[in-house]
Design a protein. Sequence first.
Lengths: 116, 113
Amino acid sequence: GAGVSQSPSNKVTEKGKDVELRCDPISGHTALYWYRQRLGQGLEFLIYFQGNSAPDKSGLPSDRFSAERTGESVSTLTIQRTQQEDSAVYLCASSLGLSPMGDTQYFGPGTRLTVL
Amino acid sequence: AQSVTQLDSHVSVSEGTPVLLRCNYSSSYSPSLFWYVQHPNKGLQLLLKYTSAATLVKGINGFEAEFKKSETSFHLTKPSAHMSDAAEYFCVVSALGTDKLIFGTGTRLQVFP
């Protein structure tokens, strides 16, 4: 596609429910990233994929958070037993993944998650 | 560990006047540095990036930034603000050996007519 897409754009859920957030990266981009942006704050790194493997999961805030990527394309971020503090905008980015540093990341529009 | 500090949470300027958004970085190596812009209800867009080439980096929409190692700064400037520049600006550093981005807390730029 022309850019990174994410779905849904908005998700309202009740505390304790599970949610799945989807990211479609730019075609041909091998690297994929998930970030979280809480209200009025900068982005926090969650997890990074190179191909289908996740060499860096250091940003996942708890074991309720998990992510997978299949076919070096679509990625799903799953949050189990959601809590109110999980409310945030979840952003996905992709890059060519050719260089260890300085590779431009292209961001999707985000999924706004609200946990009631 | 790498980090960036954005010195101003809010900056207000009049249209047509210069813009200065300040950023200091902390890194034990020569970093890759970026500025991203986020307009309301829109995704993040890369303005410019520094990756150890020229220290003065030109970006889109007339923005530029200068890497100053002696001052550990990477301030964003524009000679003349436009109303459409009103947005949130993030200074970003790339973590060592990876493309993991570390974001500053952001500076909200307001432009008055």
